[in-house]
Design a protein around this ligand. Structure first.
Ligand code: DGL
Length: 259
């Protein structure tokens, strides 16, 4: 699986929990993060390079843990690769449609994901009558990376970003970016208990399980999964932040650079 950086570890964690016999190779493109403000062509090029590298490592399937890379590169990778490819947008959209009673759904994500309309298309494919309010929240990723998870500056900025959802009275809000689940409590405090927050990690892990079953790709259940973590820059930072968020699941980080 891959992400633009560390945020996709939320998806890795869900897969480790739901599929303990499966081994994972996690690539975080820490040299080129963030993908959110970059053009679709650039994100597609990066995604193709990483996918080729993962195939060289012998993977049997690829999970794109990054929303922006899913939005821009999923169709291309599905076409160009011979292994199954799963993204985070469809599972998140499906979970939102299931959770919403009023059909009024909000989406927050990076600028690239919102501009691509990938979530709007995926939600409408599940529920054509859904009323969707989507908003890019570009300042939230750097605030999370700064560790300002429970900080007044983050709260003030999030309040500003989330105001349209209060006017439109959504009952479900998709956290359409790897970093936003880390702000779940702060966002919940702003939007209130009536709004369900959707984090696609668990749903993506469930999709991965279904795909492995359908394609008879499951690892033997007697095996314990083995994990490799690879970054394109600053392994020490990856290790420190990774351990802070996810404990000692991460013992060592390898380095692989591109270009
Ligand atoms: N991983 C990205 C996403 O889920 C967020 C960080 C970035 O902009 O690269 O969209």
């Amino acid at each position: 699986m891959f992400d633009s950086g560390l945020g996709g570890l939320t998806v890795a964690h869900a897969i480790m929990r739901q599929l303990p016999s499966e081994s994972l190779v996690y690539f975080g493109d820490t040299a080129r993060v963030p993908y959110g403000p970059k053009s679709p062509d650039t994100v597609r090029r990066y995604s193709q390079e990483i996918a080729t590298f993962l195939i060289e490592q012998g993977v049997k399937a690829i999970v794109i843990a990054c929303n922006t890379a899913t939005a821009h590169a999923l169709p291309m990778l599905r076409q160009s690769l011979e292994v199954p490819v799963i993204g985070v947008v469809e599972p998140g959209a499906r979970a939102a449609v299931r959770a919403s009673r009023s059909g009024r759904i909000g989406v927050i994500a990076t600028a690239g994901t919102i501009k691509s309309s990938a979530y709007v298309r995926a939600i409408e494919a599940e529920s054509p009558d859904a009323r969707i309010t989507a908003r890019a929240c570009p300042l939230l990723v750097p605030l999370v990376e700064e560790g300002w998870i429970d900080h007044d500056a983050t709260r003030a900025i999030a309040r500003e970003y989330l105001a349209p959802f209060m006017h439109d009275e959504v009952d479900t809000l998709v956290l359409g970016c790897t970093h936003y689940p880390l702000l779940k409590s702060l966002i919940a405090e702003i939007v209130g208990p009536a709004v369900r927050l959707i984090d696609s990690a668990e749903e993506t892990a469930a999709d991965t399980r279904r795909m492995l079953t359908d394609q008879s790709l499951h690892a033997a259940s007697s095996e314990a999964g083995r994990y490799r973590f690879i970054a394109s820059d600053d392994q020490a930072q990856f290790l420190a932040l990774g351990q802070r968020f996810f404990g000692d699941t991460i013992e060592r980080v390898e380095l692989r650079t591109f270009g």
